[in-house]
Design a binder for this molecule. Sequence first.
Ligand code: PHE
Length: 463
Amino acid sequence: MAEQTEAVHGTWSNRWIFILAATGSAVGLGNIWKFPYITGENGGGAFVLLYLVCIVLVGIPIMMGEVLIGRRGKLSPMESMRTLAKEAGASRLWRFVGWMGAIAGFLILSYYSVIAGWALIYVYRLGSGQLDGIGAVESEAMFNDLLADPVTLGLLHTAFMVMTMVVVARGVNKGIESAIRVLMPTLFVLLIVLLGYSLNSGGFEEGAKFLFTFDFSKLSGESVLVAMGHAFFTLSLGMGAIMVYGAYMPKDASIASTVVTVAALDTLVALAAGLAIFPIVFANNMEPSAGPGLMFVTLPVAFGQMAGGTIFGALFFLLVTFAAWSSSISLIEPLVAWCVEKSIASRPVVAAVLGLITWTLGIGTVLSFNEWSDVEFLLGKNFFDSIDYLTANIMLPLGGLLIAIFAGWSMRRSTVQKELNMDSFLLYNLWTVVVRLVAPTAVIVVVVWTLFQDQIVAILGLE
Ligand code: PHE
């Protein structure tokens, strides 16, 4: 079964398309919107360092595990895990890791689309010159007005969901691959242009200092969980997105070098986004800890003042939209692939129905910014914060942990070695140790410590 060579859903035209698609999945709102604001909330440099450690120590090895499982299984994450578990004589329950991931992806997409909708309207606002010469106070008021208006937020969310599901409906090669071929190169060009602007913006030094000065006193216990959760989120790990893209990867491509390329590109984009946003924050005396609105409040101020800001501003938010778009398709692809495999309906029908369900859940996030802003769901958090916390900080790390255990302990060694096909025995052994021991330990310690900190302190009598 696992020896089948033809994928049901199609195969990327070449290894570069896999790199583009996986980078497209990884680079998204996580890099451009979330990374800067959580870095601001968690005090800057020390948080960045923690995040980088998590990428290298936990993210890259687990990503290799995901691609490996996907390419070997050639099916949706649920079915790939099931066939590989069978091949290795392991429990059938492993397929539930695929299921947990698919559900996490669906939950993330429900709010991801709402935030991407903000980017959509900012393309229009900047492009039409509405924000020319806007000050910090006005920009903040304008953003708050947007959040207070559930109808506009709902319409934008609808538009973005339609964009996502149209691509998914067209399938791997005609839909995802053709979109990625255009989106990704455009994105890199735009980012380089913007970085050039920020380098000359005046606040660059202070912004860079904020990002790269390691002041550990600013970190809280929860910061560690947020940094690790973000490493999973930004690399699209722990939920099967990379696994399902791995399933469409040609047999001859090297997994290790491909994964390192994707992780490096993703990290570079996050740092570039930080370097584009924080200088503007400091140059305009704004608060780095402004939260989810950080990018939407600060950047219009900068674009409003710069020559050619109308066009650059619109281009920037177009970039954010593209980045979000190439990520959102991978959030729902595991579920779609599974439904198609099981012949539940044709791809377009599956895409439409799942899109509608996700859209409905997204209304909860729309309302979190206005009518429901004080309604508590989990741990005293509103709907949006609850889903974000549950998925990024709990479900993705847990999924990643189980994937590491599966790839490290349950899969047959001969299969793993064959798929990874690494020239260096040393690197292969290093990967094995990390994926078996280091990554799982790190995830368990961080999640358990953060969730049960109070109880642990009480039991150990540390206070
Ligand atoms: N990695 C994407 C981002 O940073 C989000 C994402 C998470 C996409 C999980 C797919 C799977 O925006």
